[in-house]
Design a protein around this ligand. Structure first.
Ligand code: C2E
Ligand code: CA
Ligand code: CA
Length: 749
């Protein structure tokens, strides 16, 4: 127990000891015992006092009675002294009167001076006394002689009477000294004496003992049993004899003076003690239980806290992407929703930026997923440095990131942030000893102008991103009303598109593909154009997606196939008769079950060799077809038609597909070729694609070749074919013969 504990704590600890109830019980027991002893002794004193009173009063009464008898004897003796000649008959009459008045006398005797008993009244029953010498022993004789001389009274004490039985004789002298004429004696038989003198009822309550010279001279037992505890001895004041009376009460008498109170008090006290200790025990139990409960409650609270923490951890895990550690799409959108409702109240603007890594998928495929993942993690880490309480960065999946700027005062704030994001890509990303230069394209939608809810905002940011990608990568684009206008225009186009086929407004332009090994053009790519009556020449980018959306692409596709076959037929017998035509088919067209039939129909109708037609498919439709309906591609391939994989590298493909289905050509997307001589990654990818294709026996076309350097690079790395403005733009069919005739490359001339 430490000293600085508060007194109350120490006290409480003592109260809580297991021995405490026992101590309380013992204390109560001690008090009860003390009380009962005290009360008992008080009662005993009371009893003793009462006994003494009873005893005194009894003795005083006895003394009085006895003295009355003695006085009577003295009166008789006095009369004989006055009249010494009193005859026996007179004396006898006198004695009879006395016997009548004092019933206690058994006999009255006249004794001569020589101590011999001369007269006895009544004679009957006392005959033995007549002539008996009262000085029957020396002690008696001396006592009587002394009384005779002094004229004083003599009492015999309890003696055996000449008449038989214990008795008492009182001698009253008749005259003293020389003039003495004997005694008048009163004989008391003890039984009679006690019977007469002792008041009725006394013996019911007490036993009596007559003590003479410290010995019991005569004892009178009580009617009921006595006890030994109490007794009282009172000196008797009697002439010429020293007696004392010892009184013992009966048990019943003692009990009469006893009250139940000491016991009642004792039992009450003990009960109180038991009650108190039980109460304390109960209190202790309750207290302990409370403490245990409290402890349990604390433990429970701790567990709850832990659970809450775990739940928070879980929620954090659920809300974060496991790879990048950024907020996942779901959480980001929830947060955006929340941010928007706050912004609504506070009347402020919010910017949502959708960001897409340029050509990430290609990097991923050519360098491996682990490199791709490492890059994503690094990008996430750099972006996350921008996040603070006003900026949230999320990962949407694939190579898409989302950034929310919660407080936008003016558009400059967003542009500043866009600059910061762009700066994140300034430094190359080192992975496994190589540094990779990555760029990103972004679309921005600002609340409330560009959408009032999170979904609309996201969709419009996506639209803006899409536009930004169209413009070329590594840039950003704000969602604008103009984009909406474009949507309106698209709708108008959509309407016009339905009539374009009927009105024969489509035309195929052709762009040559140059074989780098021979220096000749062996095939051309057919690219559709729409001669719009009001808008002039509309490029496929403006209406093909639309046609894909509304399903009109299928009719357009059939028209392209027909037109291409017709063109091949027209070239028959001209210098262009060996030229092949590559047409672009969208995924929807490829999915048409009767496509192979339609193709063979056209071949038959126009007398065209299937080997002269090449079909370009994007990776997306290629993969979708392999995954869902392998037989379609196979059937087309079986016709003898060549298959080319278009825009290779931008889609979501995995190069692994090429093992499952072999194509004839791969067309590396223009975006790789544009920086092939300036960017490490692009050159790596391009080289990897060429190598891979060659390993699989596939020829490679490089699209969008615009410069001599690109050409040099591609030639150096054994690219098979090139296509691009460096060779020729797409031209109408009519311009082709002249174009091919004059030769396409200065280097080959
Ligand atoms: P694509 O199949 O990748 O076609 C190549 C596109 O790159 C053409 O655009 C072409 O004009 C352009 N191009 C060629 N060389 C260069 C160059 O050196 N520099 C630059 N900057 N561009 C070059 P176009 O004709 O606007 O076609 C766009 C896309 O529309 C095509 O991309 C193709 O996917 C689609 N398309 C064209 N014709 C058809 C068609 O008949 N049917 C279908 N379904 N899609 C078509
Ligand atoms: Ca193409
Ligand atoms: Ca292409």
């Amino acid at each position: 127990m430490s000293l600085n504990q508060p007194v109350s704590v120490v006290f409480l600890r003592q109260l809580m000891r297991p021995a405490f109830p026992a101590v309380v019980l013992m204390t109560f027991l001690a008090i009860a015992t003390g009380l009962i002893i005290g009360l008992d002794s008080q009662e005993n004193t009371q009893i003793e006092q009462t006994l003494a009173q009873e005893s005194e009063s009894l003795v005083r009464h006895l003394e009085q009675d006895f003295l009355n008898h003695v006085l009577a004897l003295r009166r008789m003796a006095h009369r004989l002294e006055m009249h010494p000649e009193t005859p026996f008959e007179v004396w006898q009459q006198d004695a009879r009167n006395y016997l009548e008045d004092f019933k206690t006398f058994q006999a009255i005797e006249r004794i001569d001076p020589d101590l011999v008993i001369r007269w006895v009244e009544p004679l009957e029953g006392n005959e033995a006394a007549l002539g008996f010498n009262s000085g029957f022993n020396a002690e008696r004789r001396d006592a009587l002689q002394q009384a005779l001389q002094q004229g004083s009274l003599s009492v015999s004490g309890v003696i055996s009477l000449a008449q038989g039985g214990p008795g008492l004789v009182v001698y009253a002298p008749i005259g003293a000294g020389e003039a003495n004429n004997g005694f008048i004696a009163g004989v008391f038989r003890m039984e009679q004496l006690s019977e007469d003198l002792i008041r009725p009822g006394i013996r019911q309550n007490f036993s009596l003992e007559l003590i003479e010279a410290n010995e019991i001279a005569y004892s009178l037992p009580a009617t009921y049993p006595t006890q030994t505890r109490f007794s009282h001895t009172t000196e008797m004041h009697l002439p010429s004899i020293e007696w004392a009376l010892r009184v013992r009460p009966t048990t019943e008498w003692v009990e009469r003076y006893r009250s139940a109170w000491p016991w009642v008090t004792f039992i009450s006290m003990v009960s109180l003690g038991v009650l108190a200790s039980l109460t304390i025990l109960l209190a202790q139990l309750i207290f302990k239980r409370n403490r245990a409960l409290l402890r349990t409650q604390q433990e429970l609270e701790e567990e709850i806290d832990q659970r809450v923490a775990i739940q928070q951890d879980l929620a954090r895990l659920e809300s974060t992407d496991s790879l990048t550690g950024l907020a996942n799409r779901r959480f980001f959108m929830e947060d955006l929703q929340h941010t928007l409702s706050q912004a609504d109240r506070q009347m402020r603007q919010v910017a949502l930026i959708m960001m897409d890594l340029d050509r990430f998928q290609m990097l991923n495929d050519s360098l491996g997923h682990h490199v791709g993942d490492a890059l994503l993690v690094q990008v996430a880490r750099r972006l996350d440095l921008l996040s603070d309480e006003g900026i949230m960065v999320g990962y949407s999946g694939g190579d898409e990131f989302m950034i929310c700027q919660q407080h936008v005062e003016s558009i400059d704030d967003v542009i500043h942030l866009l600059g910061q994001i762009k700066a994140c890509f300034k430094e190359p990303f080192p992975v496994e000893g190589e540094s990779h230069q990555i760029t990103a394209t972004m679309g921005v939608a600002v609340y409330p102008q560009s959408g009032l809810d999170a979904d609309t905002l996201l969709r419009n940011a996506d639209v803006a991103l899409y536009r930004a990608k169209e413009q070329g990568r590594n840039t950003y684009q704000f969602y604008t009303e103009g984009m909406q206008e474009r949507e309106v225009r698209r709708l108008e186009l959509d309407k016009d598109l339905s009539e374009a086929l009927a009105r024969n407004q489509f035309e195929l332009y052709y762009q040559p593909q140059l074989d780098l090994t021979t220096g000749h053009t062996t095939s051309v790519e057919a690219l559709i154009r729409w001669n719009h009556p009001e808008r002039g020449l509309v490029l496929p980018g403006d209406f093909i997606p639309l046609a894909e959306e509304n399903g009109r692409i299928r009719e357009i596709g059939r028209w392209v196939i027909r037109a291409a076959c017709q063109q091949l037929q027209q070239w028959q017998g001209t210098p262009l008769s060996t030229l092949g035509i590559a047409i672009n088919l969208s995924g929807q067209e490829l999915a048409e079950p009767d496509l192979p039939d339609y193709l063979s129909q056209c071949f038959a109708e126009f007398g065209v060799a299937p080997g002269q037609l090449e079909i370009e498919l994007t990776e997306e439709s290629f993969i979708a077809n392999i995954e869902h309906n392998h037989t379609q591609l196979q059937r087309i391939s079986d016709l003898g038609v060549k298959l080319a994989l278009d825009d290779f590298g931008v889609g979501y493909s995995s190069l692994g597909y090429l093992r499952d289905f072999t194509v004839d050509l791969i067309k590396i997307d223009r975006s790789f070729i544009t920086y092939v001589t300036r960017k490490y990654d692009d050159s790596v990818i391009t080289r990897a694609v060429i190598n891979l294709a060659h390993n699989l026996g596939i020829r490679v076309v490089a699209e969008g070749v615009e410069t001599e350097e690109q050409l040099q690079f591609l030639r150096q790395h054994q690219c098979d074919l090139i296509q691009g403005y460096l060779i020729s733009r797409p031209v109408p069919a009519a311009e082709l013969p002249a174009l091919l005739e004059e030769g396409l490359l200065p280097v080959y001339q």
